[in-house]
Design a protein around this ligand. Structure first.
Ligand SMILES: NC(=O)C1=CN([C@@H]2O[C@H](COP(=O)(O)OP(=O)(O)OC[C@H]3O[C@@H](n4cnc5c(N)ncnc54)[C@H](OP(=O)(O)O)[C@@H]3O)[C@@H](O)[C@H]2O)C=CC1
Ligand SMILES: O=CCCC(=O)O
Length: 307
């Protein structure tokens, strides 16, 4: 075992590369794992719905039928799951990753969860003698495909340093934020701002149309001014056409707002704008828009959903 608590098993030492596990192959996990495979890493995958593993297996990934067996056969295992419940279950439920971990291995959870869940996952992982890093990401589907994500990490610094080359393949930048929970909190604060931004943008698009302006001109004006944001230029034209191709599912944005509001309450910080935005996402989700892109929140402001 090296001084950093991270051993290099013989198989890895021979190739010089880590054997990497990847649990959760959704919108984000699949392109992230693909980039690791294309960079020559020995990647083993698992997904609840097995068919989503097929494109990765066709690219050269190995497959194991449970998170436990993935973790047991790899040096470092990443996890990209939908929400706190699934992240915790995959990490430490029946046949979860923890039962395949041991000293010298590492577990990196890149899911977006709350700090409490992240700390619980960390405890379950570290009880096995393995190292733990939380590393939620900023950036959506295309940055994931292009290896342009931003990693917001916290936990075991030795693991952070060991997997830094993998972060550099999947992302454009990485932040080490100290204690477990800080990465989760940073991610939730960023997504709280983002959810409120798109809700406000939605009000502007609808108001411009209601007063007889061309909302596509509004998108151009906004994109050239001080409030310009890539997200507005990217999503505005589709929103005007009531089209919401899914990059970031609305149900996950609402989950993140719910978790962010819980974080704010835990420190008695008032967040009335985020609370109001969250109500719009809840309305949209209740009308079956949860699997659409989060920009579908605009639908909750249209008269047909106002009743
Ligand atoms: N999309 C985005 O732009 C971004 C998303 N995120 C975060 O990344 C995480 C994944 O998001 P994304 O890839 O978009 O989501 P998807 O809904 O596309 O994928 C969710 C993944 O979680 C798995 N899953 C869900 N429930 C369970 C369960 N009960 N047990 C086991 N596995 C489960 C799904 O498996 P199955 O295929 O079987 O359903 C799938 O692999 C979320 O926490 C999200 O908030 C972070 C940054 C950007
Ligand atoms: O959590 C998802 C965030 C999407 C993005 O950062 O564009």
């Amino acid at each position: 075992m090296s001084s950093s608590g991270f051993s290099i098993p013989d198989a890895t030492a021979a190739t010089g590369k880590l054997r990497v596990g990847f649990l959760g192959l959704g919108i984000m996990g699949s392109p992230m794992a693909q980039n690791l495979i294309k960079s020559g890493y020995d990647v083993t995958v698992w997904n609840r719905t097995k068919s989503k593993c097929d494109p990765l297996i066709n690219l050269g990934a190995k497959y194991q039928p449970s998170p436990r067996e993935v973790a047991a056969s790899c040096d470092v295992t990443f996890a990209m799951l939908a929400d706190p419940e699934s992240a915790l279950n995959v990490a430490s439920g029946e046949n979860g990753a923890a039962s395949g971990l041991s000293p010298g291995k590492g577990y990196v959870d890149v899911s977006t969860v709350d700090a409490t869940t992240s700390k619980l996952i960390s405890a379950r992982i570290k009880d096995t003698g393995a190292l733990f890093l939380e590393a939620p990401v900023s950036g959506s589907k295309k940055p994931a495909e292009d290896g342009q994500l931003i990693f917001l990490t916290a936990g075991d610094k030795a693991l952070y340093e060991r997997v830094a080359p993998l972060f550099d393949i999947m992302g454009k930048s990485k932040f080490y934020l100290g204690e477990v929970g800080n990465g989760a909190a940073m991610k939730l604060v960023v997504n709280m701002i983002m959810g409120s931004m798109i809700a406000s943008f939605s009000e502007g698009l609808l108001l411009s149309e209601k007063v007889g302006l061309d909302p596509s001109i509004l998108v151009q004006v906004v994109s050239q001014g001080a409030i310009s944001a890539p997200m507005y230029s990217l999503k505005g034209p589709s929103m005007i056409q009531s089209l919401y191709p899914t990059a970031f599912p609305l149900k996950h944005q609402q989950k993140d707002l719910r978790l962010a509001l819980g974080l704010a309450e835990s420190v008695s910080q008032s967040t009335p704008i985020a609370a109001a935005a969250n109500e719009l996402y809840k309305v949209a989700k209740s009308h079956g828009l949860g699997d659409q892109d989060f920009s579908a929140v605009i639908e909750s402001l249209k008269s047909k959903l106002q009743h």
